[in-house]
Design a binder for this molecule. Structure first.
Ligand code: ZN
Ligand code: ZN
Length: 743
């Protein structure tokens, strides 16, 4: 007889019934049970059957299950006479919680079948699909500790729930019209409105209204994506003038609005059901104010049953943007969104744990993960080396935290940008839950070097050994960890803002780094940033300051009135409230403003994106770079700015300027990397930072560096942006702490 211990995501995903069915088919005897360490299987039978059984476990695994490890022990036979599913036992260790899973094809088939028992039941689910993370209160995952506890199963549901051969055996959120949650359509005043909630929702959307739709991880704000007026109103109420909105689309209409490859469709249809950023088709039926001046659009497919009832060929394109107020986390209750919505489609299954939609940007063969949240969390990630229980607090924007045990770590859902009380409450609440669920009690805490971050203050208040980590070191370490690297590498970290060891604002950094240490070998030369954050919202001020400091005539700049010029000049002369920065993000802002793209911006990276879009996704490797110089650790960008100013005066095509600008970044990165290789005998390059969300930069760099025989590691499974800072912090702090202990 064999005893198998299986770890991974094996609970709440139909694993035991799957094992039961396999064992019965193979005529094996014994049992299967859940314990807090995973799933335990005892099987008796002849050796070849047992071998086949084990192969079949791996090859026929339920779609949502994920095996991390299997241990097999051979024991003397006991003479079992049947195979059964035993009740759970308590063991040591913690079980994993499955992420929320998009509704599966089998359930949608039943849902669409007028003869089926659960025809058009908006909360249909099975062991392979449905909410998990969002409904759980405690571990181990079992119905009484979920938000389904107050719904008493009817006889029909109970018989399925208890039948090992049923595809809803132990599906904790099992429900039907008789016994489960219900939809409700309510007005702005939160009072119930008569009629069919789905039909009411569709009618309201068709009339151009804004409806808050309660989903899996939170509310969406919905309106008709073809209705210009409705979108304009949503922008006004949400105070979001330009930032693109994502669209939930009916699958068979998808090709009308975006271009996509087969692999993109696989992503869209996966259990994660992420938002995928794809090239817009034009012309299209979509309203022009949906993603203005943006060639791409974020699309996703219905993933909760009620989404299918609303988004169909009659209403194929809906804006479904995260339901939150500015700078606040996604809402889980209607009252939070009263000032934005005309109506709500809500339901009585509470959302216990919020998560925003995950976002993926395909870039050729590789994808860039922009946001790792619903569908991913709270699945742990393997650490590249043994850790101690540690809390990494993250940075400030795109905030996440990471918590580790000794071999893996849990990366929180996307929390938002820190600052508002609501965001930090969400952070704190999620942190407490993760500690409890996964039995994690940190012995070490780590934060950013920036003294003013809310997360820094939080870490300092913890009374635990504290490590502070430089931002771009953390960026590099995160992507090293993603690829399991544990050695010295060349780290290229290009992003917006990170506090430097010299208190300047870093962001165009070329490092030699391992986990314990880093050396800043090259960086963009320092330029003046008048007013710090204030000029980040007004890139034209950055352009003006950069050009003045480079001694370049600024008279061609449009979009900066003379009073503003005077203010900034005075600031520069008196060095009043002027910060020094090597930020790559600010260089993009500067060049975009020189080209008169966005003198002022309304969302992060707006002008950097505009510069990228000017290139129309064309290959930039073939074009001539502008000038730059590299001297004693500095990448001189004044020659670059001079060339660009010259090109603008000579009325060069904007697209050509944008392409040559991108090409210049690729070129000076290559040159510095080659020097580093020559002087330090290093060949592995790790790319990180928010600028790696620029397709032309990340793909261009990877291509150019690989062509020059470098081994390139780019962000794929972790966000390139600050969403993975906490992961890098975790690795660095552990290594520093370990070295300290050993001394
Ligand atoms: Zn299902
Ligand atoms: Zn029922």
């Amino acid at each position: 007889m064999y005893k198998l211990m299986i770890n991974g995501i094996v609970q709440g995903v139909g694993f035991r019934p799957f094992i039961y069915k396999l064992a019965v088919e193979e005529d094996l005897k014994g049992f299967v049970l859940n314990n807090t360490g995973g799933v335990e299987i005892i099987v008796e039978g002849d050796k070849s059957t047992l071998q086949r059984f084990m192969t079949r476990i791996k090859s026929e695994l339920p779609p949502a299950a994920k095996i991390e490890s299997v241990s097999v022990r051979e024991l003397p036979d006991r003479g079992y006479n049947k195979f059964e599913i035993k009740l759970s036992t308590k063991g040591n260790g913690s079980t994993l919680i499955s992420p929320d899973l998009a509704v599966c094809d089998d359930c949608i088939r039943e849902f669409s079948d007028p003869d089926d028992f659960r025809y058009h039941y908006s909360f249909i689910n099975c062991t392979n699909c449905g909410p998990r993370y969002s409904i759980i209160k405690e571990t181990p995952y079992d119905r009484p500790v979920t938000s389904m506890r107050d719904f008493n199963m009817c006889n029909k549901c109970r018989s399925e729930y208890t039948n090992p051969l049923d595809r809803r055996f132990h599906a904790q959120p099992i429900a039907c019209q008789e016994c489960g949650p219900e939809l409700q359509f309510i007005g702005k005043d939160l009072k119930s409105i008569n009629g069919d909630p789905i039909q009411n929702t569709i009618d309201a959307l068709k009339q151009g209204k804004i409806v808050g739709i309660k989903g899996i991880g939170g509310f969406h704000l919905a309106c008709d994506a073809t209705n210009f007026e409705a979108i304009a109103e949503m922008r006004r109420r949400k105070n979001r003038p330009d930032k693109p909105f994502a669209i939930m689309a009916n699958e068979s209409n998808l090709a009308e609005i975006v271009e996509f490859a087969k692999t993109d469709l696989v992503l869209l249809r996966s259990t994660i059901a992420p938002i995928v950023i794809l090239p817009k088709r034009s012309p299209s039926i979509l309203a022009t104010n949906l993603a203005p001046f943006n060639p791409n659009i974020g699309v996703f497919l219905p993933y909760a049953p009620h989404h299918y009832q609303i988004v169909d060929e009659k209403l194929p394109f809906l804006i479904m943007t995260s339901g939150n107020l500015q700078d606040e986390p996604i809402a889980k209750d209607a009252f939070e969104l009263q000032q934005i919505c005309d109506f709500f489609l809500t339901h009585n299954r509470p959302i216990l744990n919020r998560s925003d939609d995950s976002i993926i940007l395909p870039t050729g063969k590789f994808n860039v993960l922009l946001r790792r949240s619903r569908g991913y969390v709270p699945t742990p990630i393997q650490a590249p080396f043994p850790l101690i229980p540690t809390l990494a607090c993250g940075a400030e924007l795109k905030l996440t935290f990471a918590l580790s045990n000794n071999k893996e770590y849990f990366l929180s859902p996307y929390i938002g940008n820190s600052g508002s009380k609501a965001t930090m409450d969400f952070y704190e609440e999620t942190l407490q839950k993760y500690k409890r669920w996964f039995n994690l009690d940190p012995e070490l805490v780590v934060c950013d070097l920036q003294p003013d971050f809310t997360t820094t203050k939080l870490a300092e208040a913890m009374k635990l050994p504290l490590v502070k980590v430089q931002h771009h070191h953390a960026h590099t370490a995160a992507i090293m960890a993603e690829h399991g690297l544990d050695e010295k590498v060349i780290g290229i970290s290009y992003d917006g803002t990170g506090f430097g060891t010299d208190k300047a604002i870093w962001g165009g950094e070329i490092l030699i780094a391992n986990y314990e240490n880093f050396e800043r070998i090259y960086h963009l030369e320092y330029m003046p940033l008048p007013g710090g954050d204030a000029s980040i919202k007004h890139p034209i001020r950055i352009a003006y300051a950069y050009l003045r400091s480079a001694g370049i005539d600024t008279s061609f700049l449009t979009g900066i009135p003379s009073w503003e010029q005077k203010v900034i000049s005075k600031q520069l002369v008196n060095n009043f409230n002027v910060f020094q920065t090597s930020s790559m993000g600010r260089l993009f802002d500067c060049v975009a403003a020189m080209l008169d793209l966005y003198p002022n911006i309304t969302f992060e990276a707006q002008s950097a994106m505009a510069l990228e879009f000017l290139c129309e996704n064309e290959d930039v490797l073939q074009i001539e770079p502008f000038s730059f110089h590299i001297k004693s650790g500095l990448i001189g960008i004044k020659p670059l700015l001079r060339d660009i100013a010259e090109a603008i005066k000579n009325k060069a095509e904007q697209k050509i300027i944008a392409k040559r600008f991108h090409r210049t970044i690729l070129e000076f990165t290559l040159v510095t990397a080659q020097r580093l290789r020559r002087d330090n005998n290093l060949n592995k390059i790790v790319l990180s930072g928010g600028v790696m969300q620029n397709k032309l930069i990340v793909s261009g760099l990877a291509e150019l560096l690989v062509k020059n025989d470098f081994e390139v590691y780019r962000p794929q499974k972790l966000p390139a942006n600050d969403g993975s800072i906490s992961v890098g912090q975790l690795m660095i702090a552990n290594r520093i702490n370990k070295n300290k202990m050993e001394k």
